[in-house]
Ligand binder design. Structure first.
Ligand code: PLP
Length: 425
């Protein structure tokens, strides 16, 4: 099975021009900050992204003009708030390649979306001896729920290993995905290695055996045009805050027939059809999974983030990030002592670039860079098992987004070189 992804580069004119990037940067008030005399250089986008003015304004507008509880009021504000909330759902359904809005469930984020599947579909369908397949590069959000489900059900957790250069090692895939596989849960893009996994092929293989497929799209949805039907997945999870939107909002896409069979997750108001003292029936999709008052303002503002991304164009965004990732990898590789984790081919990876220094702890790298106004992340990146596979206790990670430019990378590289001099290396 071929793991490489064919990703045709766009013609030059389809790239974001330096002027467009400057305009994009100007939309993000936080980037204007100067910290201790240094211009803020934000390279921690895999953790969370900054918000453009349109998103910040959408939150404030909502509270100024429309705030009300949704789905239950018969007054103007409640109707407007409901309309806006449902509008985001329809928008997200189009953003995911044109799914039915009833298949789009709002959650607090990717973590909650995956837990929803584990506690509903998982509880209902996984039995003793069944196999759940994950990969060695999973974030804890797509790992801990399955470790625990496997324990509760006496099921078997199997994993697809990685190659030394950070791809999935599919050599023994026919022994890993088998007729006993009930679930394949796989990240679309790794938050540590940047690897873009070949989800469509793996989903097809899992489906041959009747398994259900969940993709963790927390890192992919912000950076790639995602079409969940083309990927062939049954569930897809993402977080708004990693794609210019507010925190506290995520999406679980689920195939309608699966969602219909699943029991609800949060029990209470809004998710019921009829309640009696001795019996309860559930609301239709998607409301069955949205018990209680949701995060209305932030869902409404997520719509502005989706618009913003679409106006740039996901293809042009991706091309810009590939160009910048290539540049970053070239520049980092030229620094003595620095080792980059994950694929080097930018067509196969996103812009989360983990690296280590032979002589310095990642936390010291991050602290040194922080003093220069450069925000990166250091640690295990919520992927402790992957760190063990890599033989590292931690890595430093610079991760880019659409508002980053070559000047940001130049500042990072200059600071890393300065750091090595400072420590006498
Ligand atoms: N999956 C991946 C690959 C991630 O990178 C993250 C966050 O870093 C998550 C899941 C969890 O996302 P959230 O914290 O928004 O629920």
């Amino acid at each position: 099975m071929e793991q490489k992804i064919q990703n045709e580069p766009l013609p030059l004119r389809s790239r974001l021009t330096p002027i467009e990037i400057e305009r994009i940067r100007a939309d993000f008030p936080i980037l204007e900050q100067v910290i201790d005399g240094n211009r803020l250089i934000y390279l921690d986008n895999a953790a969370t992204t900054q918000k453009p003015r349109v998103v910040i304004n959408a939150i404030s507008d909502y509270y100024r003009k429309y705030n009300a509880n949704i789905h239950r009021g018969l007054h103007y504000l409640s109707e407007r708030a409901t309309e806006m909330y449902e509008h985001t759902r329809e928008h997200a359904a189009r953003f995911l390649g044109g799914v039915d809005p009833s298949e789009v469930i709002f959650t607090r984020g990717t973590t909650e979306a995956i837990n929803l599947v584990a506690y509903t579909w998982g509880e209902q369908n996984i039995r003793e001896g069944d196999e759940i397949v994950i990969t060695e590069m999973e974030h804890h959000a797509n790992l801990v729920p399955w470790v625990q489900l496997a324990k509760r059900k006496h099921a078997v957790l199997k994993r697809i290993p990685i190659t030394p250069d950070g791809y999935l090692d599919l050599t023994n895939i026919n022994e890993i995905i088998t007729p006993r596989t009930k679930l394949l849960a796989i990240s679309h893009m790794s938050n540590v290695l940047g690897t873009i996994n070949h989800v469509a092929d793996l989903a097809a293989k899992a489906h041959e055996h009747g398994a259900v497929v969940l993709a963790d799209g927390a890192q992919a949805a912000p950076h790639l045009a995602v079409d969940v039907k083309a990927l062939g997945v049954d569930f897809y999870a993402l977080s708004s805050h990693k794609m210019l939107g507010p925190t506290g909002v995520g999406i679980l896409y689920g195939r309608r027939d699966l969602l219909q069979e699943m029991p609800p997750f949060n029990l209470g108001g809004e998710m019921i059809r009829e309640v009696r003292f001795d019996n309860v029936t559930w609301a239709d999709l998607p409301y069955k999974f949205e018990g209680g008052t949701p995060n209305i303002a932030d869902v409404v503002a997520f719509d502005a983030a989706l618009h913003y991304l679409e106006e740039i164009g996901m293809d042009r965004l991706r091309q810009h990030e590939m160009d910048l990732t290539r540049y970053t990898i070239e520049q980092l590789s030229a620094i003595p002592g620095i080792e980059i984790q994950g694929p080097k081919e930018v067509e196969q990876r996103g812009g989360a670039i983990s690296f280590t220094d032979a002589d310095l702890h990642p936390h010291d790298i991050s602290t040194y860079l922080d003093a220069k106004g450069i925000a990166i992340r250091a640690g295990h990146h919520c992927a402790q098992p992957l760190m063990r596979v890599l033989g590292k206790i931690a890595t430093a990670r610079a991760s880019i987004y659409v508002y980053n430019n070559e000047a940001d990378i130049n500042a990072l590289i200059k600071a890393l070189r300065g750091m090595r001099r400072y420590f006498g290396l």
